[in-house]
Design a protein around this ligand. Structure first.
Ligand SMILES: [Zn+2]
Length: 321
């Protein structure tokens, strides 16, 4: 009960950022880059074990971006020059130029490597078809629905690989859902295809948005668990989930990933208790609001230690465990 986890990304160490730059200028080989990604993954697994988290992530050391990473490895996508996104971040945007096909497994190898390093479950991490479409240009498909449903088949194949490899949790991130509530039915249609027949517990992380526009429709998303942010707006959105009642498992964001400030244990305990007033104890997981890649490693570690220790104290106070 109250198992602790994280949303997915961890900050990349300087040596990996440097190696990625060198690789893009062809100064080091792909094998050298991959070895450094594995080294960074080992460090992130060790860090999470040290902190005492229950469900680990591989840390996404091999992914520069959650959409472009997959698009670059799929047939049918081209990649644009740098495009401006939120604020001042620039990234390369995928362009759908033909039927999207997967010629080889993409997420599997790093999942298997990370899981081989620990006895604890590591989540298999995928980007959902709706977000893949929303963050790409479309130069081929007649409608966005055509592109999303093609991507759903491809992400389903990725999910099956992870499932067959023994992943206990498979997370399919759909952060774009909340920014376009008018298309939520399409995202729901696509997720049914992605998670069809999986044995693993399935999770979807949704962020950035105003949940009033997508609740309770998101309860129809074909996953066992939703992973949502709460700390960033000081749980103002908690009210939304009281009526109608939330029916899935929920991973509650109790740590603000946009702030340098390390939360106090008291604050995090109070966040957890507020969540437990609305969500049933047996369905609650505890994690940060979003991925930690914008924080430093030191900030990430400090925030997660406070989180794990707050959960322990709440459990003791409730007479659990
Ligand atoms: Zn997020």
């Amino acid at each position: 009960m109250l198992l602790t986890t994280t949303v997915g990304s961890f900050p990349k160490p300087d040596y990996l950022v440097k190696a990625r730059n060198l690789f893009s200028r062809k100064k080091i080989s792909e094998d050298e880059l991959r070895e450094l990604e594995r080294k960074a993954t080992r460090e992130i697994i060790k860090l999470q074990e040290g902190i005492g988290l229950d469900i680990l992530v591989h840390g996404e050391m091999e992914r520069a971006d959650m959409v472009t990473f997959f698009a670059e490895r799929l047939e049918g996508f081209g990649i644009s020059g740098l495009v401006r996104s939120y604020g001042n971040r620039y990234y390369k945007k995928p362009i759908a130029k033909g039927k999207i096909k997967r010629n080889h497994p993409i997420a599997l190898e790093m999942f298997q490597y990370a899981q081989s390093l620990t006895q604890k479950p590591v989540k298999g991490m995928l980007t959902g078809p709706y977000t893949m479409c929303d963050w790409s240009f479309n130069e081929y498909f007649p409608t966005r629905r055509d592109l999303v449903l093609n991507l759903a088949e491809v992400v389903h194949q990725e999910a099956l690989d992870l499932d067959h490899a023994g992943a206990k949790y498979i997370q399919i991130d759909e952060p774009a859902i909340s920014t376009r509530p008018s298309e939520i039915d399409l995202a729901i249609e696509a997720m049914k295809i992605v998670t069809d027949g999986l044995r693993a517990k399935t999770v979807s992380h949704i962020c950035y948005g105003d949940f009033t526009t997508i609740y309770p429709r998101i309860l129809s998303l074909a996953v066992d668990q939703l992973d949502l942010e709460f700390a960033n707006n000081d749980f103002a959105n908690l009210e939304i989930f009281k009526n109608p009642r939330f029916t899935k498992e929920i991973a509650v964001g109790v740590i603000d990933v946009h702030s340098h400030v390390i939360e106090t244990k008291q604050k995090v305990k109070s966040n957890i208790k507020r969540a437990l007033e609305v969500f049933p104890l047996e369905k609650v997981y505890i994690d940060p609001d979003c991925g930690l890649k914008t924080r430093t490693l030191e900030e990430s570690e400090a925030k997660l230690k406070v989180m794990v220790s707050a959960v322990r104290e709440v459990k003791e106070e409730m007479g659990l465990k």
